[in-house]
Ligand binder design. Structure first.
Ligand SMILES: [Zn+2]
Length: 419
């Protein structure tokens, strides 16, 4: 079956063109060809669908927060064609059977492609290694105990070596839990004024330092998740200069919000690692520009409204953000700070592919028909009640953003169309 997407642009100032798809692949541009289905790109910019290295889909076990269908619907609404889900479900994704059934279920949904990560330790308990070889065979694309920190350095070393021998990466939530202690927000001027327990920058950078040593020691590929502090970022920058085999990601909320938001005492702003200072936001942005940061992530971590309405000490860490991620970054970084659009898109597509060792997609014939059309012109309000995610609330509710995905195709099939 041949599909034509008309009225799309390859560059923001380029001419309107037509792209043809055949089955799940790109057929070519501006062909003299009849199509079974015509889609209208409405003058939007077409890009390879975004790749997301870090989401929490909560299935199995916590489907009141999110499930495969709601989470993968939210992903395509955010312009993502592929997501890597985290294994901190109930039960934990440390079992090949559960992993493969999750992949099979996702395939029947026809939404974003699911490429799950698996636990690095059994039950994410940090005691014994999970069976990484069987998990890889079942479809695990990386190993992580995210949701938990890796307190046992010896176990992490073994995981790095084992995963490396399987051609897989290990990704870490790099935070020293003994130093973070019961911190619920960034430790600094604001936490002191509010009288709330703080989580110091050193909890992140101390753990990053240790993990970089393990990366160098083993020669294995390490990926550091959701970097939030200038100090930890600097450690990664130095390590990369010395040839250490490390990559890292930064999340959209750490680039656009600071600990000042916590003055509202609203647990909506309670995330792990915590929102830091403006100086940290600025440093992370610099890291995106100079290549220290390899890719962007959402760390989409939905909870129920009842949970997030608890007070700051009790509420769980995490927010849902996958549906606003691109519009948020396009508006705040590209439109307001002059960040290069091409770089932003690269950090959400090929940057992620390179971290995970996947082929990089382009818009050339023969490439997968996983595409997103972005409306860069129309300002739209963030309306959480319209989210596909079960987490129908957002730190950005009511803000007007540009850059909304209007059409997402996965495997050449329309997975999302903005009404
Ligand atoms: Zn994490």
């Amino acid at each position: 079956m041949i599909i034509q997407i008309k009225n799309i642009k390859r560059t923001p100032n380029g001419p309107l063109e037509q792209l043809y798809l055949e089955n799940d692949l790109i057929l070519g541009w501006n062909l003299e060809q009849s199509a079974c289905l015509e889609l209208d790109g409405k003058g939007g910019l077409v890009v390879p669908a975004f790749l997301e290295p870090h989401v929490h889909l909560r299935e199995p076990g916590q489907t009141e927060k999110e499930d495969l269908e709601s989470g993968l619907s939210a992903a395509v609404a955010g312009g993502y064609g592929t997501v890597v889900c985290m294994p901190n479900t109930i039960p934990v994704l440390d079992d090949p059977g559960i992993l493969s059934s999750l992949i099979r279920k996702a395939e029947t949904l026809g939404l974003a492609r699911l490429r799950p990560s698996a636990a690095l330790s059994r039950g994410q308990k940090g005691e014994g290694l999970a069976d990484l070889a069987l998990l890889k065979e079942a479809g695990a694309v990386m190993f992580t105990d995210d949701g938990r920190t890796n307190e046992d350095a010896h176990l992490l070393r073994r995981a790095l070596e084992y995963a490396h021998s399987l051609g897989r990466i290990v990704s870490v939530h790099a935070e020293d839990a003994t130093l973070r202690k019961d911190g619920v927000m960034n430790e600094g001027v604001v936490s002191e004024e509010l009288g709330l327990p703080g989580n110091p920058w050193a909890a992140e950078s101390a753990r990053v330092a240790r993990d970089l040593e393990l990366c160098e020691l083993t020669g294995a590929r390490l990926h550091i998740q959701h970097l939030s502090t200038q100090q930890a970022l600097e450690k990664v920058r130095e390590a990369k200069k010395c040839g250490v085999n490390v990559t890292c990601e930064v999340c959209c909320h750490h680039l656009t919000l600071t600990d000042e938001s916590l003055r509202s005492f609203d647990a909506m702003y309670k995330v792990a690692p915590p929102l830091r200072t403006q100086a940290d936001c600025d440093a992370l942005l610099e890291g995106l520009l100079d290549g220290t940061v390899d890719c962007l992530a959402t760390d989409h971590a939905p909870h129920t409204l009842a949970e997030k309405e608890r007070d700051l000490l009790e509420a769980p860490f995490g927010i849902g953000n996958i549906e606003v991620a691109f519009a948020l970054l396009y508006t705040r970084l590209v439109l307001e700070k002059g960040f290069p659009l091409e770089r932003l898109i690269g950090l959400m597509t090929e940057g992620v592919a390179k971290v995970l060792g996947w082929a990089v997609s382009t818009l050339e014939p023969g490439m997968p028909a996983d595409l997103t059309v972005l409306d860069l012109e129309t300002g739209r309000e963030v309306r959480p009640l319209e989210f596909k995610s079960k987490a129908k609330f957002s730190p950005w509710a009511g803000e007007t953003l540009k850059g909304w995905p209007i059409l997402t195709l996965v495997r050449g099939v329309v997975a999302f169309e903005r009404g």
